[in-house]
Design a binder for this molecule. Structure first.
Ligand SMILES: Cc1cc2nc3c(=O)[nH]c(=O)nc-3n(C[C@H](O)[C@H](O)[C@H](O)COP(=O)(O)OP(=O)(O)OC[C@H]3O[C@@H](n4cnc5c(N)ncnc54)[C@H](O)[C@@H]3O)c2cc1C
Length: 410
């Protein structure tokens, strides 16, 4: 029996462990925390079947100026941390030209197209249907130009991929969300995405499925990974374990570990914050407030506000800038109630400069595999890239041409 150690028990690592297990591998899943407690816990919980084009970096001077002068809430940066981000950001800018972005989106769309189907299998097998709604999410617009642009983009997606959406007048939005006290110009209802009331709990349910089927979940530190006797070995709470193969599924922490093996992989680290609010008016489906770059999503703990991207180094202290603006904007729309947690949560979206995840074998180490860098859509894409990784590792023809995602492209 082939054996593998999967490092990282977020959505990506847990799904990878399951896909390998399905193919007859003996798998040990290793994390220093419990499954789904990091980035895969803190997101907006949307399985984004509409996100067929990954987020490019804005290239027009109007948007860049708005970011530089702090006039947009979509992106926030700290001057002191900019030098560290400059290299990956320049590459991100380069890959975001309309022509390159089109090409990247063509590869990306193949992954997104399979996302809900792969989740469906896992949701059914793990019995997690109670966490998932299949009614889409809504967007509220306050500025006509942005509203028109999103409708134009949605129409293009409908023509190319059959994506379903409905344009909502302010009145229709008010009828759909009676808790809103302000509905701006109206917005859109993306009808096909699925939404999850507790993202971390979905990962836990998938991890429980893995252990129920005989997989081993161990506490351990990925930084103890070493190559040994033609295989891989890592230190865990059960002592040192060995396997033929190791998969790096450490999300935003992946490049740091890979640096110790001589791989320099650039990553744009986009921090996001969330906080829950309870005791206010109910919200039916997640709502993105386009003008202020945040999402509010009804979750088990309350309405979760998640923010846009902050360029910050992992050790930087939390800032309140984007969340405070988002909270102010949300209070114009709905009675939010009071914050549940004393302090907001924050985590890092692991974004690659070319917006595509990193999937495949390490160039110079036999048996070392990578599956990370899912950026804004890792909660959506985990099960799909897990399938492709397991197919590649098992010598099967991958269900999607994986060449666009090869690690050695950097
Ligand atoms: C605010 C916000 C909103 C988002 N909204 C959405 C959304 O609506 N839909 C969507 O699809 N995506 C969304 N995302 C993106 C998504 O959350 C991520 O892409 C995804 O969770 C990444 O999963 P992962 O498994 O790669 O990483 P993680 O979930 O971070 O898992 C990595 C694991 O590695 C472990 N680890 C790290 N270092 C070590 C070590 N040394 N030893 C052992 N273990 C280690 C960690 O403990 C962790 O469990 C959002 C992200 C943010 C921040």
């Amino acid at each position: 029996m082939k054996s593998a150690i999967v490092l990282g028990a977020g959505m990506v690592g847990v799904a990878t462990a399951l896909q390998l297990q399905r193919r007859g591998w003996s798998v040990v899943l290793v994390d220093r925390r419990q499954p789904g407690e990091e980035t895969s816990y803190g997101n907006a919980g949307i399985i984004q079947s509409e996100a067929l084009r990954p987020y490019p970096m804005p290239r027009d001077w109007r948007s860049l100026l708005a970011i530089a002068t702090g006039r947009t809430n979509d992106v926030h940066y700290r001057l002191a941390s900019l030098p560290q981000h400059l290299g990956p950001l320049l590459r991100y800018w380069w890959h975001s030209s309309p022509k390159r972005h089109d090409k990247i989106s063509a590869a990306y769309a193949q992954l997104i197209a399979q996302a809900t189907r792969e989740h469906e299998l896992l949701i059914a097998e793990s019995g997690a249907g109670n966490l998932v709604r299949r009614d889409g999410f809504r967007v509220l617009h306050r500025q006509q130009a942005d509203f028109d642009a999103e409708v134009g983009a949605a129409e293009a997606l409908r023509a190319a991929h059959g994506v379903a959406f409905k344009v909502l007048t302010a009145r229709e939005l008010a009828e759909a969300e009676p808790g809103l006290i302000e509905t701006g110009l109206g917005g859109l209802h993306w009808q096909q995405p699925w939404t999850v009331s507790e993202p971390g709990a979905l990962v836990t349910a998938y991890a429980n499925l893995f252990t129920r089927l005989g997989g081993k979940l161990l506490g351990g530190d990925a930084t103890t990974l070493v190559e040994r006797d033609g295989g891989w070995s890592v230190m865990t709470d059960d002592g040192r374990i060995e396997a033929e193969a190791a998969v790096i599924a450490l999300g935003p922490w992946s490049p740091v570990l890979l640096k110790t093996f001589g791989y320099r992989i650039p990553m744009v680290q986009k921090r996001g914050y969330h906080r829950h609010y309870a005791g206010g008016s109910p919200l039916d489906l997640p709502l993105r407030d386009a003008a202020f770059g945040y999402v509010m999503a009804p979750m088990t703990k309350g309405v979760r506000i998640t923010t846009g991207a902050e360029l910050a180094t992992p050790d930087d202290e939390a800032t309140q800038v984007q969340l405070a603006r988002a909270e102010r904007a949300a209070r114009e729309l709905i009675d939010l109630g009071s914050p549940v947690e004393e302090k907001p949560w924050f985590g890092t979206r692991p974004c690659m400069p070319d917006m595509k995840p990193v999937l495949g074998p390490a160039a110079r180490h036999k048996g070392l595999w990578m599956n990370f860098g899912h950026g804004h859509q890792g909660f959506t894409l985990g099960p799909v890239t897990a399938q492709i990784t397991a197919e590649l590792m098992s010598g099967e023809k991958p269900s999607v041409d994986a060449s666009a995602f090869r690690p050695d492209r950097f």
